[in-house]
Design a protein around this ligand. Structure first.
Ligand SMILES: [Zn+2]
Length: 375
């Protein structure tokens, strides 16, 4: 189930409706604070259901919470407002109808949703806003033998590198670039400077700012990646996005030096994977997690062990010199094809909608000896 909440501005209300809605919100808040005020029964139920009485802050205004079966969304032929929203109000039979400012961004989310969840109405200044929870069933997307793997290697040097393995084509794409590194370095410098001046409140503020800046980059990376997969899907192919199983990444970092540890432990790998997963699943593109053990140390051409230094991979056997992240991504793709073609894959669906692919025969713990046939 995919859930998305959209914030829709309510259109102009008549003074009578306005007053009714204001009173309802006011009474909702009074009930939260423990006073008794007349309120629509189902809404009254929500005052105890969603908010714990001992956690209510006295001066904070809370949004009016509506149960999903008591409100209604109506489509009308009105020229100015295409949609109206029916809000239940205490003592008003049938509630009140409020027009909605539904924008081009809202329309597809609203119209394509299968059902609505409990929603809220807030008042900001003079305007009212409806926070509508839209629920949509997940698209079914399956992984086939002839799926084209788009394997993604997440790293510190290049946030995400994707490789599309299709026949002999590879088509590596670098997503993101340097910006993330710059954002982090900049804020780290700021933090040290502020720490010396003991401005702790300011440090907290810039932490939130950094989070937003980083998230923006992560959203862009994941969107680009999913768009790439969608373009492939439009040509009639079946793409599948492969992500590395991150379980061991922090463990592996322990062996590295202090600076490298800090970089790896703070890098939002998991968040980026989540963004990629939910965007891909809602676009109908399957996502698979695959163990990435040794993928960065193995040569993709001869499957031998190599070394990785400053973003460059060098093979000890065949002398291949290659971008380390691309090499890793190709190996993840090869591993997927290997599992699929030899029918060795066990797929476990995860809650996020992704599928975890594990090899049914025990995976060799050491790197293959030379001469192992490459795919
Ligand atoms: Zn090699």
């Amino acid at each position: 189930m995919r859930i998305k909440t959209i914030k829709i501005k309510l259109g102009q209300l008549t003074s009578k409706k306005r007053k009714l809605l204001e009173t309802e919100i006011e009474n909702f808040n009074r009930n939260l604070r423990g006073e008794k005020a007349p309120l629509y029964s189902a809404t009254l139920q929500h005052t105890t259901r969603y908010y714990k009485k001992n956690r209510i802050k006295k001066n904070k205004p809370y949004p009016l919470s509506l149960r999903n079966d008591v409100f209604k969304l109506l489509k009308t032929k009105n020229k100015r407002y295409k949609y109206f929203f029916k809000i239940p109000i205490y003592g008003v039979r049938g509630g009140i109808l409020a027009p909605l400012h539904v924008t081009g961004y809202h329309t597809p989310i609203m119209c394509n949703s299968d059902s609505f969840g409990d929603s809220k109405i807030t008042k900001q200044g003079k305007d009212f806003f409806l926070h509508l929870t839209c629920r949509k069933k997940k698209n079914k997307s399956t992984i086939h033998k002839n799926s084209i793997p788009i394997s993604v290697d997440l790293g510190e040097r290049n946030p995400a590198v994707s490789v599309t393995l299709h026949h002999t084509l590879m088509n590596p794409i670098f997503h993101g670039g340097k910006t993330l590194r710059k954002i982090r370095a900049h804020h780290r410098r700021l933090r040290t400077a502020l720490g010396k001046k003991k401005l702790l409140k300011k440090i907290k503020q810039i932490a939130q700012k950094e989070q937003r800046a980083v998230n923006a980059v992560l959203h862009k990376i994941s969107k680009d990646l999913v768009t790439h997969a969608q373009n492939l899907k439009k040509t009639g192919k079946r793409p599948v996005i492969l992500l590395g199983d991150l379980k061991h990444i922090r463990k592996a970092a322990q062996k590295k030096g202090r600076k490298m540890r800090r970089i790896i432990n703070q890098w939002p790998f998991y968040r980026l994977q989540q963004f990629i997963t939910y965007k891909a699943i809602s676009a109908g593109i399957p996502v698979a997690l695959i163990g990435e053990r040794n993928t960065s140390k193995t040569c993709h051409r001869c499957k031998c062990k190599g070394t990785r230094k400053k973003g460059l991979f060098k093979c000890k056997n065949c002398g291949l010199e290659y971008n380390a992240d691309i090499n890793g991504a190709i190996n993840i793709g090869h591993r997927f094809l290997d599992y699929m073609f030899k029918n060795r894959a066990t797929m476990t669906p995860l809650q996020s909608g992704a599928v975890k692919i594990v090899c049914t025969t025990p995976q060799p713990s050491k790197i293959q000896p030379c001469g192992y046939p490459s795919l």
